[in-house]
Design a protein around this ligand. Structure first.
Ligand code: GDP
Ligand code: MG
Length: 297
């Protein structure tokens, strides 16, 4: 199997001991219907995913309006094992009254924290199953204007519970200039509302190449993504994953066409371990502390 995902770089990302045990990594996609969530999942992982037998995960209930669906893959690269799960949330923003669209998603994320906490409290806690959400990819409609109230509400409710990674959906529907200015407006909105999106820690003793690679990735946030699960023929005759227009082809895997490659790099190659760490050390820890305090422990 070719190194198609690239997570075998994980040992360099931090812990050696996890390599033997294997990793669990779970990402969630959220955004209004039709923004390309399902397509992006397929684009990220092609056909490598399957619907797990265990459904839903233990202790996780399905929301009443927004559905929660997950697919997983057990993959191995260069001796590193990874159980990768992608959680899709169809139904978000589809209702006349979307005031509480975020609620089933918060409930789901918290139920996963609870399931983990429950395992930690067991006497025999050798093999903890980590179904916590390590990253939440939030799809922003490519309006070119600014964030919508439903976006702001979601991001504000979720930023203390999960690593938020905002993306601009269907970036092929905007020009390069529109993307640049839309990104600035989105970031300004995020700052204005005091929303914390995932910020990787800056290490000082990194080599120059790593620092540069990280800066490259961060400079693309919010990632302007294009998804496609079909091949099209580029002008030079190559078969590429992309979307064809009368004026040409937008290539998913071409970094000068969109930020898809950078998003994938961040998720699986450069920042998977940091996403896991921040989830465990900060987001989960805060949740756990509050919970235990509320219980009077
Ligand atoms: P979901 O409801 O968020 O899961 O959206 P889907 O993945 O089902 O996509 C909805 C429609 O948008 C489909 O017709 C896709 O082919 C199309 N689509 C998905 N991604 C893109 C994209 O990046 N650009 C464009 N132009 N269309 C896309
Ligand atoms: Mg879908």
């Amino acid at each position: 199997l070719q190194s198609w995902v690239g997570f075998s770089n994980l040992p360099n990302q931090v812990h050696r001991r996890s390599v033997r045990r294997g990793f669990q990594f779970t990402a969630m996609v959220v955004g209004e219907s039709g923004l390309g969530k399902s397509t992006l999942i397929n684009t990220l992982f092609e056909t490598k995913l399957y619907a797990p037998k265990e459904y839903p995960p233990p202790g996780v209930e399905r929301g009443k309006t927004v559905q929660i669906e997950s697919i997983s893959a057990d993959i191995e690269e260069n001796g590193v094992r990874l159980k990768l799960t992608i959680v899709d949330t169809p139904g978000f923003g589809d209702y006349v009254n979307n005031d509480e669209s975020w609620k089933p998603i918060v409930d789901n994320i918290e139920a996963r924290f609870d399931a983990y906490l429950e395992q930690e409290n067991r006497v025999n806690r050798k093999q903890l199953i980590d179904n916590r959400i390590h990253a939440c990819i939030y799809f922003i409609q490519p309006t070119g204007h600014s964030l919508k109230p439903i976006d702001i509400e979601f991001l504000r409710r979720l930023h203390t519970k999960v690593n938020l990674i905002p993306v601009i959906a269907k970036a092929d529907t905007l020009t390069d200039e529109e993307i640049t200015s839309f990104k600035q407006r989105v970031l300004a909105d995020i700052a204005h509302h005091g929303i914390r999106i995932f910020q990787p820690p800056q290490y000082e003793n990194e080599d120059e190449e790593t620092i540069q690679e990280n800066e490259e990735i961060l400079s693309k946030v919010p990632f302007a993504v294009v998804g496609s699960d079909t091949l099209v023929r580029a002008a030079d005759g190559r078969q590429v994953r992309g979307r064809a227009y009368p004026w040409g082809v937008i290539e998913v895997d071409n970094e000068s066409h969109c930020d898809f490659v950078k998003l994938r790099q961040m998720l699986v190659r450069t920042h998977m371990e940091e996403l896991r760490e921040h989830t465990n050390d900060v987001l989960y820890e805060d949740y756990r502390t509050d919970k235990l305090r509320a219980m009077g422990v």
